[in-house]
Design a binder for this molecule. Structure first.
Ligand SMILES: Cc1cc2nc3c(=O)[nH]c(=O)nc-3n(C[C@H](O)[C@H](O)[C@H](O)COP(=O)(O)O)c2cc1C
Length: 334
C-alpha cells in the first residue's frame, strides 16, 4: 500500500495530539499546523513552538517524521523563512495553498493563491532554491478558489516550481469542508504532473480509504478529521492492507481509547494554561463523539466544566485514569 499521512489541522492537531495519534501507529508522516510567514524572519522559537518535534529529530515520540508547513504569499519572505527553518533540520517543508480562512485569504495567503498559478510558481521556485535536494519539499492545494477552471494549471505550476510531491484536498475553497470530496479530480491532477500526489478529503472509514484510492488513482492518502475522530483508523487501514481482518469497520472499543485520553489530558495539562486545558479536551471529545458513544457521554459531562480538577474527576469517573503514568499503547492496545 501507499503512505498514510496525518493532516495538518491548526487549532485541533498540535504536537500533543500528533504524539497520541502516531503512538497508535499506522502513519508514515505527519504535517504540522501552518506557520504563518508575513514580512519578517521568524526566530527559531516560532518554528519550535508550532513544531516542538524539531527538538527530537523532527519526529513524534512514536517515531513518525513531522514535516513543517509554512503559509504565506511573498516568495522572497517564504524563501528566507524556509532557509531559517532548514537550519532546524525539519523532516520536510510543506507549503499551504489550501487554507480558506478569511483572515489568511485577505492577506493573499492560503487558498486565494489558487487564482494565480504564476504566483504559485514564483513561490515554489523561490523556496525550492533554499531547500536542499535531500529534504522533502511538498505543497498542499485545494482544487481552486470558486471552481475547477484552473486546477490543472495550479498543479502544473507547483510541479514546475519544483515541489517533490503534492497533497490535494479535493474541494474548492468555497466548498469549505462540505462533502463530497471530488477524489476523481485528484486522478486528473495525478495524470497532469510527474510528482507523486496524495489524495485528501472525507476519508472517515477503511471503506472510504479504499474508494478514495480507487477514484483518485493515488497510492498515498492523507487523513484529516477522520484521524481525529477515530485514532485507530490508520492502523486498521494498514492491518487490512497487510491481509489482516479487523472485526469490522468500526473502531475498537472505548477501553482502548481510555489510555489515549489519559495520555492526551496529562500532556495538555503540562503544556497549556489551566484555563485553556478543558477546551482542548472538549475539542477532541467533540470529534470522538462521532465514533464512540462513551466519548459522547464524557463530552456531555465535561461540557460546562472549566476547571482542570473537575474535568480530571469526570475523566476518572468515566474510567480514564489520569493519575496513572503508563504507556498508553501497551500490549493489549496494539
Ligand atoms: C480544524 C482544521 C484545521 C486545519 N488546519 C490546516 C492547516 O493548518 N494546514 C492545512 O494545510 N490544512 C488544514 N486543514 C485542512 C486539513 O488538513 C484537510 O485538508 C481537510 O480537513 C480535509 O481532510 P478531511 O476531510 O480528511 O478532514 C484544517 C482542517 C481543519 C478541519
Amino acid at each position: 500500500m501507499g503512505r498514510l499521512l496525518l493532516a495538518p489541522m491548526e487549532g485541533l492537531v498540535d504536537d500533543v495530539l500528533r504524539d497520541v495519534l502516531t503512538r497508535v501507529g499506522g502513519y508514515d508522516l505527519a504535517v504540522s499546523e501552518f506557520i504563518r510567514v508575513s514580512g519578517s524572519l521568524l526566530p527559531a522559537r516560532a518554528f519550535r513552538r508550532i513544531c516542538p518535534e524539531l527538538d527530537r529529530g523532527s519526529c513524534t515520540q512514536g517515531g513518525t517524521p513531522v514535516v513543517v508547513q509554512l503559509l504565506g504569499s511573498d516568495p522572497a519572505c517564504l524563501a528566507d523563512n524556509a532557509a531559517q527553518l532548514i537550519e532546524l533540520a525539519p523532516a520536510g517543508i510543506d507549503l499551504n495553498f489550501g487554507c480558506p480562512a478569511p483572515t489568511v485569504n485577505r492577506h493573499g495567503g492560503g487558498a486565494t493563491l489558487l487564482a494565480d498559478p504564476e504566483q504559485l510558481f514564483r513561490i515554489v521556485a523561490a523556496v525550492r532554491r533554499v531547500v536542499p535536494a535531500g529534504v522533502p519539499f511538498s505543497a498542499k492545494m485545494r482544487l481552486g478558489v470558486r471552481d475547477t477552471a484552473r486546477t490543472l494549471d495550479c498543479a502544473r505550476a507547483l510541479a514546475a516550481g519544483g515541489v517533490g510531491s503534492l497533497v490535494v484536498h479535493a474541494r474548492t475553497r468555497d466548498e469549505g469542508y462540505r462533502p463530497p470530496a471530488h477524489w476523481e479530480w485528484v486522478a486528473r491532477i495525478d495524470e497532469a504532473v510527474p510528482q507523486p500526489v496524495a489524495a485528501n478529503g472525507e476519508v472517515w472509514t477503511t471503506d472510504d480509504h479504499d474508494r478514495c484510492r480507487a477514484l483518485s488513482a493515488c497510492q498515498d492518502v492523507m487523513l484529516g478529521r477522520g484521524a481525529v475522530a477515530d485514532p485507530f483508523l490508520a492502523r486498521r487501514i494498514r492491518l487490512l492492507a497487510l491481509g489482516g481482518q479487523p472485526a469490522s469497520d468500526r473502531s475498537p472499543d472505548w477501553r482502548l481509547l481510555q489510555p489515549l485520553l489519559a495520555c492526551y489530558w496529562r500532556q495538555v495539562c503540562g503544556k497549556v494554561a489551566p484555563q485553556h486545558a478543558p477546551g482542548r479536551l472538549k475539542l477532541w471529545l467533540g470529534a470522538l463523539r462521532r465514533n464512540f458513544a462513551e466519548a459522547d457521554a464524557l463530552f456531555l459531562a465535561v461540557r460546562a466544566l472549566r476547571s482542570v480538577t473537575e474535568v480530571s474527576r469526570q475523566l476518572e469517573l468515566h474510567g480514564v485514569s489520569v493519575a496513572r503514568e503508563a504507556d498508553p499503547v501497551d500490549a493489549d492496545v496494539r
